[in-house]
Design a protein around this ligand. Structure first.
Ligand code: AMP
Ligand code: ZN
Ligand code: FE
Ligand code: FE
Length: 285
């Protein structure tokens, strides 16, 4: 059995490869199964599913929802979602409109900071999919305002930076509910980015989310140190949660990171996906 990668982005959000390209790339790297988890959109899923059938690679329909949280960011993964679920589609429509309102305001802020950038340039960078901050970063690099993605985020785009604009999000509770209602399995993505102070804060949050229907924690993630992976696994076990993992591969921006293997040390067995599948409620199978 080959390995899996349960956290991937395509051109439908801020990834660089089209859904078909990422399926074929995963196949060429010997992966057995992947999940497509674009930010707040399922536009890439159908193409990935059909290319997966053609190429002989198992593709899990997924989503990555940005939920309300501070000081860091909270992302919730939904695996096995029914992409035709009307409520899910309506909720994602809200999030997409929220982005559409935010993006021109970020262009305005950048212009006021003396950065000459147009919305058309950002649209072009997005390649027709949903616009996200990495596309702003790409334009800032191309136009010579910054030298790297990290510099673009640190100076302009990260939460709290001068060009950052808040967008409407759903609460974690609401996000978990609409993932579950669309037959999905809700998983807390990369807990590290929550930027909580200690394990007690994290455990309290997890307790709250489990009450709402959270089913798993993404413990295996390229940015997690070994001690963090162990902590997340311990908390998962203590609260009856599944453990998942993925590289969050977007294509180019994170140097040295590759699909399936992350920075070389990731190795996610197919059993992780099997556990996720059997954990779906009987009515969801
Ligand atoms: P958006 O969907 O516009 O909120 O952008 C989210 C994406 O921006 C994330 O998936 C990351 O790839 C990237 N990102 C967010 N914050 C940072 C940061 N501080 N440093 C680098 N990349 C970031
Ligand atoms: Zn992204
Ligand atoms: Fe994320
Ligand atoms: Fe992601």
């Amino acid at each position: 059995m080959g390995n899996i990668d349960l956290h991937l982005h395509t051109t439908a959000s801020d990834g660089v490869m089209t859904p078909s390209e990422i399926v074929n790339y995963a196949k060429s790297r010997g992966l057995q199964a992947i999940a497509i988890t674009d930010h707040d959109t399922i536009e890439g899923v159908e193409e990935a599913l059909s290319e997966g059938r053609r190429a002989g690679l198992e593709v899990i329909p997924g989503i990555e929802i940005s939920a309300e949280h501070s000081p860091g960011s909270m992302h919730l993964l939904g695996f096995f979602i029914d992409i035709h679920d009307p409520i899910l589609r309506e909720r994602l429509g809200y999030l997409q409109r929220a982005r559409a309102e935010r993006n021109p305001r970020m262009v305005d802020k950048l212009n006021k900071l003396g950065v000459s950038i147009t919305f058309e340039e950002v649209l072009k960078a997005s390649g027709g999919g949903q616009v996200g901050r990495p596309h702003f970063a790409q334009v800032l690099i191309e136009k010579g305002y910054v030298r790297s993605f990290q510099e673009a985020f640190n100076r302009f785009l990260r939460k709290g930076a001068p060009a950052y604009v808040e967008k409407m999000r759903f609460s974690a509770e609401e996000s978990i509910h609409f993932i579950n209602d669309a037959s999905g399995v809700a998983v807390l993505a990369h807990p590290k980015t929550l930027q909580l102070n200690d394990r007690f804060e994290l455990e309290n949050l997890i307790l709250r989310l489990v009450q709402e229907g959270l089913r798993g924690i993404e413990a295996y993630y390229p940015e997690h140190f070994a001690f963090e992976v162990e902590l997340y696994k311990t908390l998962a076990e203590r609260h009856g949660l599944l453990v998942t993992g993925g590289t969050d591969y977007h294509g180019i921006e994170k140097n040295g990171l590759d699909i399936g293997v992350g920075r070389g040390d990731m190795n996610l067995p197919y059993s992780i996906l099997e556990n996720l599948r059997t954990a779906r409620r009987p009515s969801q199978r």
